[in-house]
Design a protein around this ligand. Sequence first.
Ligand code: PEP
Ligand code: MG
Length: 868
Amino acid sequence: MRTEYRFTCALRHGLHARPASMLAEVARRFAAEVKLSKDASDGPPAEPADARSVLSVVGLNIEHGDRCVLKATGADAGAAIAALKEFVETQLAEGDELPAPSPGETAAAVGGKLPVGLRRAGVAHVSGRAVCAGIAMGEAVTIGGMTLPESARTARAVSVEAELEAAHRAVASVRHDLRRRAAQTGARLESDLLRAHGEIADDPALWAQIERHVRSGATAAQAVAAAAERFSEQLSSAGSAYIRDRVVDVQDVCMQLLDRLTGGGITAMHVKLARESIVFAETLTANQLLHLDRELLKGLVLGRIGATAHTVILARSLRIPTLIEVPEAARLTKGGGGGQAVVDGDGGFVITSVTPAVQRYYQREQRTRQKWLDKMAPLARRPAVTRDGARLEVGANASSAAEIAAAVAQGADGVGLFRTEVLFLERTAPPGEDEQLEIYAAAIDAAEGRPVIIRTFDIGGDKPAPYLHMAREENPFLGIRGLRLYERHPALLRTQLRAIVRASARGGGGGGGVKVMAPMVATPAEAAWFRGQVRQVQDELRGEGGAFDEAMPIGIMIEIPAAALVMDQLCDHADFFSLGTNDLCQYWMAVDRGNTGVAGLYNPRQPSFLRLLRTIVQGAKARGKWVGVCGEMAGERRNLALMLGLGVDEISVAPGDVLGLKTAVQAAEASRCRALVEAAAACRTTHEVEDLLANTPLRPAEGVGGGGRGGGIIDAEAIQVGCDALTKEEAIKDAVDLLFLVGRTERPREVEEAVWAREETYSTGLGFGFAVPHCKTDAVATPTLAVLKLHSPVEWGSMDGQPVQVVLLLAVPAAGGGAGGGGGGGAHMKVFAKLARRLMHEEFRERMMAASDAPAIEACLRQELELG
Ligand code: PEP
Ligand code: MG
């Protein structure tokens, strides 16, 4: 019988972990020793790998088209080779299937466009999906990898036998767990992956490494960490990206081993930030995030994590610019970090090579933002009432007094959701009554008389609390979570309710007080039970002579579809409702909110979901109850029309979104939105709904942006003298930012693109130190001229070779123009032609050059262009 078999690797992605684990499984059926190597006939002989070791096989870096040889020795060598040949020829190809990219991944791949100014400076970037807007710069810090907790790093081995025994136990436990999960999951790819992880845990090469390190004096944990590092290094140098990706698999398995060996030490271990940082990680738990210094954490770049995972929600509430679905997130920083990085949460990309051009670009960006905030500040103090008189309070989701203070500064009308579980997660024992009282009191004080809805702890799901020793559940989101935990931990609930009820004495009353709300209510019986618990605590405190607000409203979250259909009955037990659309959508669509594989379905603009929301709001309104929305959908600007149309009383959003939404409410007309909800609910797809939303303006056409106004082509505030731009790119950005600041565009980056599209075909430097960049774009609502007088002239590629000192940027709507603008294309051409003609006159040029402030420039332009 033959004991050798040669074949050519036909797998498109090479011999990566899944086919390697299938091969190893066949090899292990035999006593014979089986070695696999790359056929060395045309090169130096390669070190053969043990075919039973997935890690060794993957480490061979066998790629498509490589010739391979399997050799067996031992009693059943012939049978082993026959079986392996049969396997390679008939089944190996099945292992080549790789998961299709999720809709999110596809979006990430095409999204994240670099602003034209940076593109022209040749800046490299990596795209992701932006889930929290804003810009952050800081030191790049990578979290993940195999760093051991201090205690495990410095521990001494008990004895070789004891450490080997401990390592054995850990391997057996991880293997058992992975196999069980692989057998239970219905998804084939997932079960294959878990099985492949099980193979890694079982891998002879991994074990050999662990044993070697233990025999040379390491503890079991130190040995696992060292072995993980060695395999990670080996796989990282593979030519195939798919094989390089297996580093994550090895690290994943070794993390599980280490967690068992350190008694949860890995999960409990947290990175300390030393200075302002951008954290890069493949995944990050809410707990890990909470342990990072909030002062120093400026941005997050994450890999596989869902947009409404609690980590992301927390990041949003902390206003940390965040990207998710960033390919290779944990490997973007060279050597684990150290350099500077910029997260652009508006553009959806990260820059890890921060050049002076990048720095200057973002300094300008920050300056513009600050000006916008200063300008909007007076609007923050006005009520959130639409032009046609509908009120939609804009509250904030928060979990600390500091966040509330930030939200109040932005004009928040209250706190629609104070997430208290955050207080319970970061620790080894729950907070006591007085400690909680202090926190709630601080939150109430920070709200300065505005209402604060305190939600009782929502532990469970993706937010476990270690000290509750909750049993491991197959589907924690469908298990003991939120209110369902309360009956099991009555003392915990009672302590919290005592703290909340006592804190209610501090609230303003008369609508400005404390409200309490329960999460995850499915039935009227649960709502009644919760109300009873609050009443019991109130009775108790009354008996003790304690002060509290007797009228404190008691509400529930609507986040389980079952509750949505019994609103009439729930109204008997709840004073108000808040729609937790994150969970409601997850349970309605049967999609895990953190699973990127089903992210395409997890969309609150599903027409059926809109019908559900409509039913809920109508049910509550029929009994005159107050309804808020505190899920993430409320914070998305494009959903504002739906919120207004549904007729909810409040939206509660991340503090950083408050001001933008409040000013948008002030500029909107609610009457347009009611019909829109009906039309959206009649759509058949999310795309149809999204098109509808994109094409239905919330306000009359004459103005855009919070505080945007109509008016003519010239706005004195769009004239800047003494601009410090040093390049043409910077000058164009500054001019476009002026349009943004005067409310003529909400999408300055699109305007900039449009300007450059023309600029790249011919220079708009008309000579004599003047440039007239211009564009037609949907991103402006009315024709506007922005004027810059530069501090120092910049090179523009002008016809006469002169640098430019005066920039007159003209932007007009692509089609028609706004009511106040006097037409689009025609007006554009007329003004442009007039400007060009005027610039030929020395007198006009001299007058413009001599004008030393905005009013003088405005007067000159009005007169010379006959704008009145
Ligand atoms: C929700 O489910 O929409 C909600 C606000 O609660 P959480 O995100 O904390 O589960
Ligand atoms: Mg929820």
